[in-house]
Design a protein around this ligand. Structure first.
Ligand code: FES
Ligand code: FE2
Length: 413
């Protein structure tokens, strides 16, 4: 027996996990556009307090339609701007009425003499905003290093006309994959952990996906570097004679490209691209959320109401919100939430014993270390796009192919 007495607990790998201002990974995350919230969430005429990368911000849409993302605390005496009033010109603090435009500039100080606001020349710290597919993205990095918003093939509708782009909190309250009270990295690493699909989502808790992905036989699994990060490959020879080949990719910095978990493998198909692009966004060091752009198939020119996104995980057999389950049920049918939040608030890598099945995770961490080194040397981290000519249908590497028996024989010959 190896006694637990006197054991020491090392600290977490701060360089990879911590995301506050001035931390290595916090700097890396700030070099990219990050989704903040859905545009529709700004439609009720009230400002929204949002925490991201350890910073508290307020987002609002003024009555002229401009979206602002500002530091949360009023530059006058610190009142939270979430209680401000939205007007045509901007957001007015509730305490003494200072009015801030979407770019942060203070344009009115009603308690002061006329002209005083201009002479004071105050600007509330603000971040640039990019709107795409109904999602509000922010860039929180150095202004001179702001990249283009990357146009991946999945959602670049300049190059495909079969889908509409829909923004969702897809991994919301009902979703199996929703995790909030833990460090973002352990949640994100789950994307390239295919063995947990076999164990947690099938062997331990019963078949949670009810598809070819969670069949009882052990699949053939492999890992590889991609143009954007790391992906796993799952190959399953199905009882119907077909073969499913499924790729799931982590695209740096924090994009999860998870091919459909509902694939039945009944119909042969070639390279069916992943439909859901989810960003695993650090709220702070011990919380994260996922926001998703979905390439939603069209029917008669509108998003098909009968279609279900590839990572939609509400399961009829187990209705109810995942956070409302009893402790007993959570113990009896643990889910991603139980598995990941209990790795500790921030998983301690020095205590892990990574095995061969964790190859994807080791590869991903190496990608981050390389990215951090690139920043240290004054270079861009991976997947930064600056050339508009290159920013077209950038190839992603997550899809599903289903081969029929004839194609399998052909491939073997
Ligand atoms: S604290 Fe905001 S206007 Fe005074
Ligand atoms: Fe999972």
């Amino acid at each position: 027996m190896r006694s637990a007495y006197g054991r020491t607990i090392p600290t977490e790998d701060a360089a990879l996990t911590r995301v506050g201002p001035g931390t290595p990974m916090g700097e890396m995350m700030r070099r990219y556009w990050q989704p903040l919230l859905l545009e529709g969430e700004l439609g009720d005429g009230l400002p929204k307090k949002v925490r991201i990368l350890g910073e508290d911000l307020v987002a609002f849409k003024d009555k002229s339609g401009r979206i602002g993302v500002l530091d949360l605390h009023c530059p006058h005496r610190g009142t939270s701007l979430e209680f401000g009033r939205i007007e045509r010109e901007g957001l007015r603090c509730c305490y003494h009425g200072w009015l801030m435009r979407a770019d942060g500039r203070v344009v009115e100080m009603p308690c002061e003499k006329p002209g005083y606001a201009e002479r004071m020349d105050i600007s509330q710290p603000a971040y640039p905003v990019h709107l795409f597919g109904g999602m509000v993205f922010v860039y929180m990095g150095p202004p001179d290093k702001m990249p283009l918003f990357p146009m991946y093939d999945i959602y670049d509708t300049r190059h495909r006309d079969d889908v509409a782009i829909v923004a969702r909190r897809l991994w919301g309250e009902h979703a199996i994959a929703f995790v909030s009270a833990c460090n973002w990295l352990q949640h994100y690493e789950n994307v390239v952990d295919p063995w947990h699909v076999v164990m947690l989502h099938r062997a331990i808790s019963g078949d949670q996906f009810a598809s070819a992905v969670t069949r009882p036989e052990m699949p053939d699994l492999g890992f590889e570097r991609t143009s954007l990060g790391v992906r796993y490959r799952m190959i399953r020879d199905l009882p119907n004679g077909n073969r499913m080949i499924r790729y799931v990719e982590c695209a740096l910095p924090n994009l999860a490209l998870i091919s459909s978990i509902h694939e039945t493998g009944e119909t042969p198909k070639a390279k069916n691209l992943c439909t859901d692009v989810s960003w695993v966004v650090p709220i702070d060091d011990t919380h994260c959320r996922a926001l998703t752009l979905i390439a939603w198939p069209l029917k008669s020119g509108a998003p098909d109401p009968r279609w279900i996104p590839g990572t939609f995980t509400e399961i009829e057999a187990r209705p109810g919100r995942i956070r409302e389950r009893s402790y007993k049920e959570r113990q009896s049918f643990p889910d991603d939430l139980e598995a990941q939040e209990t790795q500790r608030p921030i998983a301690i890598h020095a205590l892990e014993n990574l095995a061969l099945s964790d190859t994807g995770i080791a590869m991903l961490r190496k990608c981050y270390r390389d990215g951090l080194k690139a920043i240290e040397r004054g270079h861009d981290p991976p997947n930064i796009v600056r050339d508009p000519a290159q920013n077209h249908a950038i190839a992603t590497n997550a899809w599903i192919t289903v081969l029929g028996p004839g194609e399998i024989r052909g491939a073997a010959e």
